[in-house]
Design a protein around this ligand. Structure first.
Ligand SMILES: COCCCN1C=C(N)c2cc(S(N)(=O)=O)sc2S1(=O)=O
Ligand SMILES: [Zn+2]
Length: 262
């Protein structure tokens, strides 16, 4: 698993963290100005091969909940798309708002979505451990999928049912046999891609972002369970709802956003 080894920085729940990293010129998230994205015919469809048996646990790290995968072998991988190498899935998590009006980190022409899914992978062709890859240029590849409120997402329900057990920061429960592929949209050919960073400390500029054009739908009730999570641990006397766990948007600094479709 990629992040459980980390003592994740004690981020103030205000979440915004450092507005801009000194000297950071490829920070995330950004607004994707669709008409300014550049079609690149070299961009291939994503190729994901996820083994549900590699799913290990789900935990509340104090600013989102992470579903972690065994990334000691190449059993759950991402290749194709803008990538030259094979990348191993280590975890996925979400960002969401306190209402359905906002919550996503990336936006499309300033359009906000109620939530955004991030599937985090690291380059296992070049590095042998996540912690090496996370420090390298484009050592990570994160797939972003927008969520819209609509019909219930049947595949998500198993995850939603596990959330009450990890209400507080620091809680972990076993979580197995979950196929993250069920959270991808049916169309994995159409996406935007750009070079950016982690959106939470340490904000490392090591991410090739792949933002899917097609969103997925979840029900209002499913999203409401996300909002029942807490930023705070059981011992703290003031409990804070885990909502609005997204970073403010960062300057593009002249970066190109490429699209795999016209
Ligand atoms: C030195 O590295 C420290 C740990 C790195 N990670 C922690 C995050 N908060 C994090 C955020 C990510 S996001 N929101 O940019 O996808 S991916 C990711 S992560 O790769 O799992
Ligand atoms: Zn994220």
């Amino acid at each position: 698993a990629c992040s459980s080894k980390y003592v994740l920085s004690q981020m103030h729940p205000m979440w915004q963290g450092p507005l801009a990293v000194p000297g950071g010129d490829r920070q995330s998230p950004i607004d994707i100005v669709v008409r300014k994205s550049i079609f690149d015919s070299e961009l291939k469809p994503l190729v994901t091969k996820y083994d549900p048996q590699t799913c290990q646990q789900i935990w509340n790290n104090g600013y989102s909940f992470l579903v972690e995968y065994d990334d000691t072998t190449d059993k759950s991988t991402l290749q194709g798309g803008p990538l030259q190498d094979k990348f191993r899935l280590c975890q996925f998590h979400f960002h969401w708002g306190e209402t359905n009006s906002w919550g996503s980190e990336h936006t499309l022409d300033k359009r906000l979505f109620p939530a955004e899914l991030h599937l985090v992978h690291w380059n296992s062709d070049k590095y042998s451990l996540f912690e090496e890859a996370v420090m390298e240029d484009n050592g990570l590849a994160v797939i972003g999928v927008f969520l819209k409120v609509g019909k219930r997402h049947e595949g998500l329900q198993k995850l939603v049912d596990a959330l009450p057990a990890i209400r507080h920061k620091g809680s972990v429960v076993e979580f197995t046999r979950f196929d993250p592929g069920c959270l991808l949209p049916s169309n994995t050919e159409d996406y935007w891609t750009y070079h950016g960073s982690l959106t939470t400390p340490p904000l490392t500029e090591s991410v090739t972002w792949i933002i899917m054009k097609q969103h997925i739908e979840v029900s209002h009730d499913q999203l409401a369970v996300f909002r029942s999570l807490l930023f705070t641990s059981a011992e703290e006397d003031v409990q804070k709802s885990m909502v609005n766990n997204f970073r403010v948007q960062q300057p593009l600094r002249g970066r190109a956003v490429r699209s795999s479709f016209t």
